[in-house]
Write a protein of this length. Structure first.
Ligand SMILES: NC(=O)c1ccc[n+]([C@@H]2O[C@H](COP(=O)([O-])OP(=O)(O)OC[C@H]3O[C@@H](n4cnc5c(N)ncnc54)[C@H](O)[C@@H]3O)[C@@H](O)[C@H]2O)c1
Length: 248
């Protein structure tokens, strides 16, 4: 119950799916949570549910693709809770397409949210972690960051790049006791799946050893481990949470 006691954690994309499950699990484990989302109502709903359950949380209206929003999110966190110990770069979007069908705008938006968002949030959080003597950043990549998948050129490019970002952040800030790791989920039962064709979803589940999608809480447990001091010697690492999909 107290694996994150009194830690201050920002979770982006906390209004839905994995971000929501992570924010709630962190609060259950004693963290003070900032639920950030471009959909402010959903972020507020997550924060309200945490508070109603006896936890501590605030919501911010944040587009992680906009530097000013990320800076404000971190400022609001420090103003309310004094510091930032944990950042979960979770916000993400998915638009399917090939090099021929994906538009430039779709490519750019996925990169702004999935990749630049993780860069910007880290940029504004790290000085506070340095001042506090350390911290943990967890970036949500995907199995799409380690394999190719049909009609996923833009999404997979961002998720591969997130792994590069994680490794460089881990290296640059290891001396500051800031650990940075990536979680690579397989299929998770969240609203994001509405953007995947029924055929590809079926194929994905058929190619998963466990033959099912994850409940978001099953992936949030790995995020919790990496965010917590239990993972004190783990940095620059990838954690596949994919029901065996990439192992067969
Ligand atoms: N669902 C899956 O099968 C799956 C698999 C692997 C990885 N992932 C990754 O997990 C993460 C969470 O996805 P999910 O499945 O929970 O999706 P979701 O659609 O349920 O939730 C994503 C949340 O991010 C928010 N968001 C979108 N753009 C944003 C922005 N610019 N700024 C701030 N918030 C924004 C949305 O409003 C939403 O609340 C994503 O990075 C996704 O790529 C998901």
């Amino acid at each position: 119950m107290n694996r994150l006691r009194d830690k201050v954690a920002i979770v982006t994309g906390a209004g839905s799916g994995l971000g929501e499950a992570t924010a709630k699990l962190f609060a259950d484990e004693g963290a003070k949570v900032v639920a950030a989302d471009i959909n402010y109502q959903s972020a507020q709903a997550t924060a309200a549910a945490i508070v109603a359950a006896g936890g501590r949380a605030i919501a911010t209206h944040t587009d992680v693709g906009a530097a000013a929003d990320c800076e404000k999110m971190v400022a609001a966190t420090v103003e309310r809770f004094g510091t930032v110990d944990i950042l979960v770069n979770n916000a993400g979007i998915l638009t399917m397409g090939t090099a021929l069908t994906l538009t430039e705008a779709q490519w750019d938006r996925m990169h702004a949210v999935n990749l630049k968002g993780a860069f910007l949030c880290s940029k504004f959080v790290i000085p506070h972690m340095q001042a506090a003597g350390g911290g943990s950043i967890v970036c949500i990549s995907s199995i799409s960051g380690v394999i190719g998948q049909r009609q996923m050129i833009g999404y997979n490019a961002t998720k591969h790049a997130v792994i590069g970002l994680v490794r460089c952040l881990a290296l640059d800030f290891a001396d500051d006791n800031i650990r940075v790791n990536a979680v690579c989920p397989g299929t998770i039962d969240t609203p994001l799946l509405a953007n995947v064709s029924a055929e590809d979803l079926e194929l994905s589940l058929a190619n998963t050893m466990m033959k099912r999608a994850a409940d978001p809480r099953e992936v949030a447990q790995t995020v919790l481990h990496l965010a917590s001091d239990e993972a004190s010697f783990t940095t620059g690492a990838l954690f596949l949470v994919d029901g065996g999909q990439t192992a067969m």
